[in-house]
Ligand binder design. Structure first.
Ligand SMILES: NC(=O)c1ccc[n+]([C@@H]2O[C@H](COP(=O)([O-])OP(=O)(O)OC[C@H]3O[C@@H](n4cnc5c(N)ncnc54)[C@H](OP(=O)(O)O)[C@@H]3O)[C@@H](O)[C@H]2O)c1
Length: 261
């Protein structure tokens, strides 16, 4: 009888000590390049699922839709970040020091433009090559190193890089186009694969996701079969939700199917 009276109080005390289920269950995602396209849609969908979202943007003042999301949801915040700026990466890591990041979503990238995409060897712009590698390969790797302790301190401990079939030797189109985009994304894939060999020692899972062909701009949207951004992101959300340590080092598409390297 006395135990029956005490039990609810014990349960209450236990919940107060551990912070209660709502406080402990909320997870944090950091999304680079969250001001438009796939990154913005990830921010929307993670926020809708009750995650704490840290969305980065090169120019937060111009990130109207991300800022509106943050204004409407106290769990969404915006951080300035250019992934080619080593000082900005260090400053972000300093601001986030001690905050667990369950999912580091390496999304920001310098994609092909209508002017650069089709250029053949003779017309290649090597300054664009440098910027592509800085943005698409070195930037994500530097950001990962800067935030590795945050990921390790979290519950989920996942790093997901948004790769592409264009950077896959087995899946890329055989057309002589997109030189710098393809090569810089292949470098990203290899950086992530190599990272996956040391990540398990810290309990971290690393995966690469190909979003499919997604109509994030007018040019892409005109391609036959281009997906709507929310559909691709909904698919990738499902894949991310199902990731386990057994998926470490895998390259998957938005449906969860294995991609060739
Ligand atoms: N769309 C597709 O069909 C497709 C297919 C395969 C893979 N992907 C990959 O999916 C990801 C998202 O693609 P998306 O179509 O959404 O691209 P997007 O619309 O071009 O958006 C790219 C994002 O990256 C940001 N970004 C570019 N350079 C940056 C830098 N130096 N520092 C920080 N942020 C930077 C952009 O910010 P600003 O607004 O400041 O430029 C923007 O937020 C990329 O990794 C892309 O390679 C896309």
């Amino acid at each position: 009888m006395r135990l029956a009276i005490l039990l609810p109080w014990l349960a209450f005390l236990l919940q107060a000590c551990v912070g209660g289920p709502a406080a402990t269950d909320q997870q944090t995602v950091l999304i680079s390049g969250a001001n438009r396209g796939i990154g913005l849609e990830f921010a929307r969908q993670f926020a809708a699922r009750g995650w704490r979202v840290i969305g980065t943007a090169r120019d937060p003042a111009a990130a109207a839709e991300l800022s509106a999301l943050a204004a409407a949801d106290p769990d969404v915040s915006v951080e300035p970040l250019d992934v080619t700026d080593v000082g900005a990466i260090d400053a972000l890591a300093a601001r986030l020091h001690g905050r667990p990041i369950d999912l580091l979503l390496l999304n920001a990238a310098l994609g092909p433009t209508p002017q650069s995409a089709m250029l053949p060897l003779a017309k290649l712009d090597f300054e664009l090559a440098r910027l592509s590698f800085e943005t698409n390969a070195l930037g994500p790797l530097r950001l990962t190193r800067a935030l590795m302790d945050n990921v390790t301190a979290s519950t989920r401990r996942q790093i997901v890089a948004i790769g592409t079939d264009s950077g896959s030797f087995g899946a890329t189109s055989k057309a002589p186009i997109l030189y710098h985009y393809k090569a810089s994304k292949t470098a990203l894939h290899m950086y992530m694969l190599t990272l996956s060999f040391e990540a398990p020692a810290r309990g971290v899972t690393v995966a690469i996701l190909h979003p499919g062909l997604v109509g994030t701009n007018e040019q892409l949207a005109r391609f036959p079969g281009a997906m709507k951004t929310p559909d691709s992101v909904a698919g990738m959300m499902q894949v991310i939700e199902g990731l386990t340590p057994a998926d470490n080092g895998r390259f998957l598409d938005w449906r969860g199917e294995s991609m060739p390297w």
